[in-house]
Design a protein around this ligand. Structure first.
Ligand SMILES: Nc1ncnc2c1ncn2[C@@H]1O[C@H](COP(=O)(O)OP(=O)(O)OP(=O)(O)O)[C@@H](O)[C@H]1O
Ligand SMILES: [Mg+2]
Length: 518
């Protein structure tokens, strides 16, 4: 076809915009919009968040029972109700309160924690069973308890399966029975999460091979609340009631309906706010596009990066570990992150300056350059969407460390890191004097990744400024996907939904099994 032959397809006339109908008061009235802070079986604490944080259960302070030697607790609440924030506040005021862990590698990187898998030395349900049978998981947990932690918190617990929780409780019970015999206090297990969000993935039967070219059959979700031990968590459940991530009552109402699987009502509220659906993905969208697959994410990020003309910036990461034993979740950090000036990135860390939040996990912005200061690693300058401020993102160093000198590390000497170099990268076993810990591995990296696209799983736990969600994707057919995606975004203005209103109404689904938390 020559250029002359190119014809413009006739466009259907745009429908005349209809005046948005306000949702009936009764529709909004049906919702118990979250205004309180905190609710427990024992009552409601409305006295403010710091108190709320200090009132989150200290599982390990209960009465000992030989049938249930592990104190258990469950902290839940809608997306953005401050579950992660509250626990972090609790830990920063009382560092021995809990060792923080997360249910998946990606959430561990997003939340700057370790996975429960690497904390206890397993990688899937089968290896957890082996680690329990051989006692290696108990040995790991004993070390955590010996370091003085009273609890282990597992964030994003909706992604933990039933059998995994059964085994985890067995590991904790074993350890706590021994601790009780020795007159030591127990270590509690606190689950943190929202069953209205991403579910766990069923383990495939042994020997299962998917048929090439065919989508594998979905298996029912093995929810952790179906564990034989769930009753112990249920009797110590705390619900955080106030949603902090969003403030617009209509957006909150639309989110609540979507969460409950009431797509029509959610749609009605969205329409009343003048929200319009888009019919195609905007390839130059000024924000993050949520897509189904990792390779799609990589391709979109690459294409968008290719359009940038700014200076190339290569950010290396480096790591070492005695005996090669790095943490499995570190595999999610690439050896090199390639950016350009002007490109759109997400920051995966929190930074405070004298109590003021400089940037928060999930903050997005544009790279404006690199700045070097004498004696430190260069900083990447990022202009934040949220505030317009240009902030300096520094590299982070993560340690694998122990209170006791590990006997299995055959280091000739353990050089001491003093105050001036505390926490810096030093690629050999060493002793951090300020922390009193023996370091046997480290990773240094920039907590930045390209943010033009992400999978929903990579966005779990994050707060985002603007996102475009393609609800036509097959992935969005599953329960909770639309709610999880929508609830990442702070504002309705920052949200772009690609697909039809009908499709939206049909695809807001909730698993009936989680109804009691919706
Ligand atoms: N008490 C608070 N005061 C101010 N901001 C808060 C407070 N609690 C939470 N936030 C902010 O609200 C946002 C959501 O908090 P957080 O990520 O802890 O929610 P969450 O319940 O863990 O959500 P998700 O279910 O998506 O993981 C964050 O940006 C956080 O900084
Ligand atoms: Mg969270």
């Amino acid at each position: 076809m020559t250029e002359d032959e190119v014809t413009e397809p006739a466009l259907a006339p745009a429908p005349a915009p209809s005046a948005p109908a306000l949702p009936s008061d009764s529709l909004l009235d049906q919702l118990e919009l979250s205004t309180g802070h905190f609710q427990r079986g024992q009552g409601i604490d409305l006295s403010g968040l710091s108190e709320a944080a200090s009132s989150v259960p200290d599982a390990a302070r209960g009465q000992f029972s030989p049938d249930a030697p592990t104190p258990c607790a469950f902290i839940t609440g809608r997306a953005g109700s401050g579950k992660t924030w509250t626990i972090r506040e609790r830990c920063s005021s009382d560092p021995q309160y809990a060792a923080l862990a997360s249910s998946t590698g990606i959430s561990a990187i997003n939340l700057n924690t370790v996975t429960i898998h690497s904390l206890l030395g397993f990688f899937d349900t089968d290896s957890l069973r082996d680690a329990y049978l051989h006692g290696s998981a108990q040995r790991r947990l004993r070390k955590v308890a010996d370091e003085g932690f009273r609890n282990v918190v597992v964030d994003e617990c909706s992604m933990i399966g039933r059998e995994t929780l059964d085994l985890l409780v067995r590991v904790f019970d074993d350890v706590n029975l021994h601790r009780e015999e020795k007159g030591e206090g127990p270590v509690g297990l606190i689950l943190l999460g929202d069953f209205g969000q991403l579910p766990s993935i069923a383990d495939r039967p042994a020997g299962y091979r998917p048929t090439p070219g065919r989508r594998s059959k979905s298996l029912p979700t093995p929810w952790c609340f179906e564990s034989q031990f769930w009753g112990r968590f249920a009797e110590n459940e705390t619900r955080l009631m106030k949603v902090w991530r969003q403030t617009d009552p209509r957006f909150l109402a639309a989110l609540d309906f979507a969460r409950a699987g009431r797509g029509r009502e959610s749609l009605e509220v969205l329409r009343s706010s003048g929200f319009a659906f888009s019919d195609s993905v905007d390839m130059v969208y000024k924000g993050t596009t949520v897509v189904g697959k990792n390779d799609e994410v990589d391709r979109i990020n690459q294409l968008r990066l290719d359009r940038e003309r700014g200076r190339l910036i290569q950010l290396p990461s480096r790591r070492w570990a005695a005996g090669g034993k790095t943490r499995p979740e570190w595999k999610h950090i690439p050896d090199r992150t390639i950016l350009r000036e002007g490109c759109y990135v997400m920051i995966l860390a929190n930074q405070y300056d004298e109590g003021r939040m400089v940037y928060a996990n999930g903050d997005c912005g544009w790279v404006r350059g690199i700045e070097s200061a004498h004696g430190t690693q260069p900083s990447v300058m990022v202009e934040l969407v949220r505030t317009g401020e240009v902030v300096a993102v520094q590299s982070l160093v993560r340690d694998i460390s122990h209170l006791e000198k590990p006997q299995w590390v055959s280091a000739a000497e353990w050089p001491e890191q003093g105050k001036e170099s505390d926490g810096r990268f030093l690629a050999q076993p060493h002793y951090r004097k300020a922390k009193g810990r023996y370091v046997v591995g480290q990773m240094e990296y920039y907590p930045l990744r390209l943010a033009y696209a992400t999978t929903l799983h990579k966005a779990q736990g994050l707060t985002m400024d603007s996102c475009q969600v393609d609800i036509r994707s097959w992935m969005m057919k599953s329960p909770a996907m639309i709610y999880t995606a929508l609830s990442r975004c702070r504002t309705l203005a920052g949200l772009r939904l690609v697909g039809t209103a009908e499709m939206f109404a049909d695809r807001c689904k909730a698993d009936p099994k989680v109804a009691r938390w919706l």
